[in-house]
Ligand binder design. Structure first.
Ligand code: ADP
Ligand code: MG
Length: 244
């Protein structure tokens, strides 16, 4: 079913609980959230408020107990695992606090990896050089043209995060989901990563959800959404929209 073209992501009454032993922890208790195409939104909330849980559900890494996620016009509930994987691979890019680069691959190979996963082996042989060119272009854009063959252990935190952003973008996703992407970085390096996200939003029109517990980081977005007690806190004043 197709939704209004202007919402790249639509979340309705999303619920998620975790069970451990006899106890049930209701983390999300009916979250409503929309992301318009080209919008940059921060999601804030105390540690444990469910920010990562929400991001994982929006990135199709986990399934909700109730409610719905509509991504790029496609309702997720009821999709086969294969279609869900395909949608994640084509529509969503994700970036995490700990980068999650593959240590045995160099920077270029890490960036190429999502497209290696997408194509079968024979198809891969025909597209490989084009993918390599695209990966190289992205790494160049993020100032890593001189680090193509460095492995993660040979890169600084900021460099690893820029490789991770390039990897998230190589599939040309419609939405980028970032979970505390500056959480492991010093202030200056983190600010550089945020500049990169802002530039991707402004220049490329990339839709972004940025999860952070840091109000200074959150204010780089057009709008701030606060999670509290498992829901969106409607009393949270939206950040002023930035001009331009
Ligand atoms: P945040 O990112 O806002 O810090 P999370 O979404 O990571 O919060 O976690 C919300 C709550 O759910 C926390 O109390 C956390 O301990 C719990 N939680 C997260 N993932 C799991 C899991 N896989 N199993 C059990 N509890 C979890
Ligand atoms: Mg978290």
């Amino acid at each position: 079913m197709t939704e209004a073209a202007t919402d790249i992501l639509r979340v309705r009454n999303l619920c998620k609980s975790y069970r451990s032993g006899d106890t049930r922890l209701d983390v999300l208790r009916g979250v409503d959230f929309d992301l318009a195409a080209g919008e940059f939104v921060s999601v804030v909330g105390q540690s444990g408020s469910g920010k990562s849980t929400l991001l994982h559900l929006m990135g199709l890494l986990d399934a909700a107990d109730a409610g719905e996620v509509v991504l790029a016009g496609t309702r997720i509930a009821g999709l086969s695992a294969a279609r869900r994987d395909r949608l994640r691979n084509t529509c969503v890019g994700m970036v995490f606090q700990s980068y999650y680069l593959l240590p045995e691959l160099d920077a270029l190979e890490n960036v190429m990896a999502p497209l290696m996963v997408r194509h079968g082996i024979f198809e891969w042989l025909t597209v490989r050089s084009a993918v390599r060119a695209r990966a190289r272009e992205l790494l160049d854009r993020f100032g890593l043209g001189g680090r193509l063959h460095h492995h993660p252990r040979q890169l600084s935190g900021g460099e690893m995060q820029r490789v991770a952003i390039a990897r998230a973008l190589v599939t040309q996703p419609q939405v980028l989901l970032a979970d505390e992407p500056t959480g492991n970085l010093d202030e200056t390096t983190g600010a550089g990563i945020l500049d990169t996200l802002c530039e991707l939003n402004r220049a490329d029109g990339l839709s972004i959800v940025l999860v952070t517990h840091d109000p200074v980081v959150a204010r780089r977005a057009d709008r701030i959404v606060r999670l509290a007690a498992g829901r969106v806190d409607e009393t949270c004043p939206a950040a002023e929209r930035k001009a331009g």
